[in-house]
Design a protein around this ligand. Structure first.
Ligand SMILES: [Zn+2]
Length: 331
C-alpha cells in the first residue's frame, strides 16, 4: 500500500497543498481587488489598450485557478493518504516528532510506527513509553530497579472540599469551585486586575506574587509532583496581573492573543503561565508537542489530578502553558 511515512514527501505535499490553496483563493482575490475595482473606478479612462492590459491577466488567473482546482480534486481523493494527511496540525506534529526521534537510538520499526500513527491520526499512547525508554528519556529508578512509567499522584487532601468564603481579590471558593465576578462594563469592582495586592505577604497571601492562596497551593503541589517524577516545570508569569498591565498586553499583542482588559483570570490571581524544560535542562522550544517536550506532556496529562486545567490547549491561539483552576464559576 502507498504510504506517506516520509518527511520529504509529506513536506512536499504540504507545501503543494498550500500553493494550490493560494492559487484558488488569494491570487484571484488580490487580482480582482487591485484591478477590477480600479477598473470600475476609472471608467472614464477606459480605452481598448487599457482593457486589454487589464483583462488579459484574468485569462491566466482563470487557467491557474482551474488547473489548481483539477489538481486539488484529483489529489484529494480518499486513497491519497498523503494529501489528506498534509494538514498543518498533522504536518507540524509529524515534523516535530521526526526531528525529536531522528537523533535518538530507537528501533527504526518503532520510529516508523510512531510516525505512522501521527499520519493516520491514531493515538501514540501505548508507544510513547517504549520510545521514551529506548531514548533514555524516562530514567530508570535504580533503587527499585523498575521503570517509572505511570507516576502515582498523591494529593494529600481532597481539593474538591476546599472552601474559603473570605473573598480574596474578588475570588472565593466553595467545594473546590473558584468563584469570580462576572465582568460588568463600567463597574470597576468586577474588573480583573483592579485589586491585585501590592504587598501580598502582609495581606494574608501565602505567596509573594498575589496568586490566590488555594490556586497557588495546587500549583506548587503540581510542580513538586512533576519534579518527583523527573520533570522540571516553573512558573513563568509574574503573578497577579494588574488592569494596567492587561491593557498594555491587549494593545501590544496580536489581536485575540491577550484577554480583553477586565476579563483575564490572571487579574484575579487564578491563572498562571508555566515554563517547561527538556530532560537536559534546556527550555522546551516554542514549537513543541506533548511528545517532544515530555515535561509538558506530563503536565497536560496530570493537571486535573491537582484540580488544574489547561483551557487554551485547543483554542485558536493555542497557549499550552496557560493553567487555571479546574472548576470555576462566575457570580
Ligand atoms: Zn496566561
Amino acid at each position: 500500500m502507498f504510504t506517506c511515512n516520509n518527511i520529504n514527501l509529506l513536506t512536499f505535499t504540504y507545501y503543494l497543498k498550500y500553493i494550490l490553496a493560494i492559487n484558488m483563493t488569494i491570487v484571484p482575490f488580490i487580482y480582482f481587488y487591485l484591478n477590477l475595482i480600479n477598473l470600475i473606478k476609472n471608467k472614464k479612462k477606459l480605452n481598448k489598450w487599457y482593457i486589454k492590459r487589464r483583462i488579459k491577466p484574468i485569462f491566466y488567473i482563470i487557467i491557474l485557478f482551474t488547473l489548481s482546482l483539477i489538481l486539488h480534486n484529483t489529489l484529494n481523493t480518499s486513497n491519497n493518504i498523503c494529501y489528506l494527511s498534509a494538514t498543518p496540525k498533522i504536518y507540524h506534529e509529524y515534523k516535530n516528532s521526526y526531528n525529536f526521534l531522528q537523533n535518538k537510538d530507537i528501533d527504526s520499526e518503532l520510529k516508523n510506527n510512531y510516525l505512522n500513527n501521527i499520519l493516520t491520526n491514531k493515538s501514540n499512547n501505548t508507544l510513547t513509553s517504549t520510545v521514551y525508554k529506548q531514548a533514555n528519556i524516562i530514567k530508570v529508578n535504580e533503587e527499585k530497579n523498575s521503570i517509572v512509567e505511570e507516576p502515582k499522584v498523591i494529593v494529600e487532601d481532597n481539593f474538591l472540599n476546599e472552601t474559603d468564603t473570605n473573598i480574596q481579590n474578588n475570588v472565593y471558593i466553595i467545594n473546590g469551585t473558584f468563584n469570580y465576578p462576572k465582568y460588568v462594563y463600567g463597574n470597576t469592582n468586577t474588573y480583573s486586575g483592579m485589586f491585585c495586592p501590592s504587598d501580598p505577604l502582609n495581606n494574608g497571601y501565602n505567596n509573594p506574587y498575589g496568586y490566590n492562596n488555594y490556586f497557588y497551593t495546587r500549583l506548587t503541589r503540581f510542580i513538586e509532583e512533576a519534579r518527583n517524577n523527573g520533570y522540571l516545570i516553573t512558573i513563568s508569569s509574574q503573578g497577579c496581573r494588574t488592569y494596567d498591565t492587561q491593557i498594555n498586553y491587549y494593545n501590544t499583542m496580536t489581536p485575540g492573543r491577550a484577554a480583553s482588559p477586565g476579563l483575564s483570570l490572571h487579574g484575579f490571581g487564578i491563572a498562571s503561565d508555566l515554563e517547561f524544560y527538556n530532560q537536559d535542562g534546556s527550555i522546551c522550544s516554542y514549537f513543541r508537542t506533548d511528545s517532544s517536550c515530555p515535561s509538558m506532556g506530563w503536565a497536560h496529562q496530570n493537571a486535573e489530578k491537582f484540580g488544574l486545567t489547561f483551557p487554551l490547549l485547543y483554542s485558536n491561539y493555542k497557549e499550552d502553558w496557560h493553567i487555571e483552576p479546574l472548576n470555576k464559576s462566575k457570580y
